[in-house]
Design a protein around this ligand. Sequence first.
Ligand SMILES: Nc1ncnc2c1ncn2[C@@H]1O[C@H](COP(=O)(O)OP(=O)(O)OP(=O)(O)O)[C@@H](O)[C@H]1O
Length: 227
Amino acid sequence: MSLITFEQVRYKKVLHDLSFSVPHAGIIGLIGANGSGKSTLLHLAAGLIRPAQGRICMNGEPVGRQTREKVAFSPEREWLYPFFSVRQSLQLAAQLHPDFQPEKAEALTSRFKLEADKEVRHLSKGNRARLQAILTLSRSAPLLIMDEPLSGLDPVTREHLLDMMAEHTELEKQSIIVSTHEVAEIELYLDHLLFMQDGRMLVTANVEDLRETKGMSVLDVMREALL
Ligand SMILES: Nc1ncnc2c1ncn2[C@@H]1O[C@H](COP(=O)(O)OP(=O)(O)OP(=O)(O)O)[C@@H](O)[C@H]1O
């Protein structure tokens, strides 16, 4: 059964009769230019907005209140409370989400040297991004969604976030969809590619198949789709 299925989904002027499915595939990259509809698609998949038309399912179940609890969603904008300390941010996540794993979050904050008593507003931008990733990746929800987690960050922070996703998502039980423009950087980590443009899905593909059967990189496939 597919992880996510969109059937003829329309949303305002953003998505037009969008149909595709995503298998349980580990790390799934949602790639597309600014304004291609990535955030809208992710909000729909998470059940945070509803389509004007069409059907969206997660594991065969229509997306809605029931499925919303099975998705850990990290929006594009920063969503931490600036006056909370790192420790309080972890405590809040544990209160809000029954699937939050505090030990995992604590281990990751120590590994990335985030001081527990430091307030979020005093963290660097990179460390705020690390904390957001830790709060998301410490949930045991079957689907994790991260909207543009790499944008505006330096290369070392981007690499830390990608390593964290690869090492700390429980890929036997969880899938993670990550939207980004950083194609070259994320390619090595990806199991599955979703490439969209102007509200349409141009390519859905297994990245290993692309490499092994077609000898193509993600960038090659994107170039070909745009010809
Ligand atoms: N509720 C809405 N009503 C009408 N238009 C919208 C709505 N939400 C988004 N849009 C428009 O739809 C287009 C796609 O937006 P969306 O944020 O989904 O794209 P994106 O691929 O995530 O872009 P970016 O990479 O810039 O974040 C944009 O032109 C945006 O202005």
